[in-house]
Design a protein around this ligand. Structure first.
Ligand SMILES: [Zn+2]
Length: 143
């Protein structure tokens, strides 16, 4: 496997400010230049998983529970009124580190962040996208 900065953090060979840890999940602060807010946390599986598509259901269950626990801490310890949970997975998603991670960003009234992208995708799906999604999901597990 190519080197992975998050695996290095998990393995202790790279430094990070760890704020959450359980059996299968680690939460740590991004580098200062990457922080969208004071208290922004990255929540990652300890097992190397490249993105959502690479994760098992067990990975995802553990990860979203970690996201919730970190979110509770942002709300109750930092006084955030809400959080944004952000993820990019796969080519052309703007994923920058190819180890699955959720950004948990605390939000406060008047904090100056804007959540939603201003633009819209110019890609058009040939056919009825809702029907295509429903057909795939009905056959669960197909790739
Ligand atoms: Zn990794």
């Amino acid at each position: 496997m190519a080197s992975c900065i998050f695996c290095d953090i998990i393995g202790g060979t790279a430094g990070a400010t760890v704020v959450y840890e359980d059996e299968s999940v680690l939460g740590f602060l991004p580098l200062p230049e990457g922080r969208l807010a004071d208290g922004h946390v990255l929540v990652v599986p300890k097992r190397h998983v490249s993105d959502l598509f690479d994760a098992t259901e067990a990975d995802l269950h553990a990860l979203i529970l970690g996201v919730r626990r970190v979110s509770d801490a942002l709300r109750y310890a930092l006084g955030a009124s809400g959080v944004n949970v952000l993820n990019a997975s796969g080519p052309n998603s703007d994923q920058s580190v190819f180890h699955l991670h959720f950004h948990v960003v605390p939000r406060w009234k008047g904090d100056g962040l804007w959540t939603w992208p201003a633009g819209r995708s110019e890609h058009r799906v040939p056919g009825d996208s809702a029907a295509l999604i429903r057909k795939h999901v009905a056959g669960l597990g197909g790739r």
